[in-house]
Design a protein around this ligand. Structure first.
Ligand code: SAJ
Length: 434
């Protein structure tokens, strides 16, 4: 299939890089988002999110005349849906006494409905949003078939998950292997034709449900592996062992690769996607469910470590360093660091947070310092919550001159404790028992 014009619906962390990459490869792209503020920003060649290289890609795509943004889709050869699929905030499922989260598919439903008036015979529709198994067949196809066109016959329908790593999106978008799951083999071929415009990695064609499951398996695998690392940190703490040393020794075994413990698992992928399996098969997913429980409760373990180090938390002044969900990104969604701050505040601590990637962030109930200096100045303790590169470069001697704190607590194994001790700090690390 040949593609001259495509519509990308949803201009967030995935849709926008995808849209601009297609435009830079000569395809006429209409980016669609329901937020008029985003459309205005993009049409000026500016961007609303932080991702290395993205500003440059979008401004070049706009300058080339190949990328335009609008609040409504128009006729095109292909439609890509890349909208968020978070979980529902106030509704839960229940199975045998366990409560599980439910996917909120409203954005996928309205994106599909928005295509209906412009869908034509011979078009290709691709869902990229992470979704519960069978979404393409059971949710998307019936909506699109309200056009009276038949999915897989009159138009092609595919599921192709994005698998890019925030912070490396533009590179991984072109270099990673791409899975295309078709409603039919012909649909998969049409999807492969589209992505081969820029994808240099292997393109694998399969069916839509396999592709949905592949995506969920990848992120669930990572979540379960981080859960065991976090559980090891609690065990090490109990037995007076340094978990970081123990992991590095265990990882010398040729078939062992334990991930890193930390304050928990955040972001909008790994902490969300495993629930899509639990929701659709709670009777089959005890391991996945319990891994979610372990990772979600890790901020409490951080707070216990802080309490043990500082004593009673009431009135303690803590500088929380980092609020993003992981190093060197500005994304604060589902951030375990923010959860730690909330829990510390609940225990009566006075926390000042500093997030270099989003100094102007507005988080419910969290006091974010305007500068790093302000956050640390009058603190009793420094609490490292995110392994941002710039935090790793701190000189403890210099820091000691700018803060009243003499305690440094590290939850991510980012600091060399002996250097901090030489600079006069008492140190503590997550997963390092006394
Ligand atoms: N984390 C740990 N320990 C580790 C690794 C990560 O605690 O050893 C934490 C991070 O700090 C963060 C969370 O896990 O809070 C998730 O971070 P991540 O870097 O593992 O993953 P994401 O969410 O940024 O991106 C993932 C990627 N999936 C996999 O690596 C299997 C990415 O390829 C996907 O495209 C993305 O999810 C997505 O959009 O689904």
């Amino acid at each position: 299939m040949k593609f001259q014009k495509i519509c990308v619906i949803g201009l967030g962390y995935i849709g926008l890089p995808t849209a601009s990459t297609f435009a830079l490869h000569g395809v006429e792209v209409l980016g669609v988002d329901t937020n008029p503020g985003i459309i205005e920003t993009l049409n000026k060649g500016e961007i609303h999110i932080h991702e290395p290289g993205l500003r440059d890609a979008v401004s070049k795509a706009v300058e080339s005349g190949k990328f335009k943004a609008s609040t409504q889709p128009k006729e095109a050869d292909a439609f890509i849906i890349a909208v968020p699929t978070p979980f529902q905030e106030n509704r839960f499922g229940e199975y045998n006494g366990i409560q599980y989260k439910l996917a909120d598919m409203r954005a996928v439903i309205s994106a599909a409905e928005s295509i209906l008036p412009v869908l034509k015979e011979g078009n290709l529709v691709i869902l990229e949003s992470t979704s519960p198994p069978r979404t393409t067949f059971d949710l998307l196809a019936p909506i699109l078939e309200k056009s009276s066109l038949k999915a897989g016959t009159d138009f092609h329908l595919c599921y192709s998950p994005e698998r890019v790593l925030p912070g490396q999106i533009l590179r991984e978008l072109t270099e990673n292997a791409r899975v295309i799951g078709g409603m039919t083999p012909e649909s998969a071929q049409a999807g492969a034709d589209l992505y081969s415009i820029f994808v240099k990695g292997q393109i694998i064609q399969t069916d839509a449900t396999t592709a949905e499951m592949v995506k969920l398996m990848e992120n669930t695998y990572r979540d379960v592996n981080i859960a065991i690392a976090n559980e090891f940190s609690r065990l090490a703490d109990k037995f007076g062992v340094n978990v970081w040393e123990a992991i590095s020794i265990a990882n010398l075994h040729p078939r062992v690769k334990i991930l890193s413990p930390g304050p928990g698992v955040g972001g909008h992928c790994i902490s969300v996607d495993p629930w899509f399996f639990v929701e659709t098969a709670p009777e089959l997913t005890p391991l996945i469910y319990h891994s979610r429980q372990v990772n979600d409760s890790q901020p409490h373990f951080v707070v216990e470590t802080v309490r043990r180090t500082l004593g009673e938390l009431q009135g303690k002044r803590i500088a929380a360093l980092g609020l993003a969900y992981k190093p060197d990104v500005d994304d604060l969604r589902e951030s375990p660091a923010s959860e730690v701050v909330h829990l510390l505040q609940k225990s009566g601590a006075q926390v000042k947070a500093w997030e270099p990637f989003k100094p102007d962030a507005n988080l419910n109930g969290i006091a974010i310092s305007p500068t790093f200096e302000d956050a640390i100045k009058d603190a009793d303790a420094l609490l490292l919550l995110v392994k941002h590169t710039e935090f790793m470069k701190f000189d403890p001697v210099e820091i000691a001159q700018s803060t009243t704190a003499r305690i440094a607590i590290d939850t991510v194994n980012g600091w060399n404790a002996s250097q901090w001790r030489s600079a006069g700090f008492q140190t503590a690390k997550l997963g390092v028992g006394k």
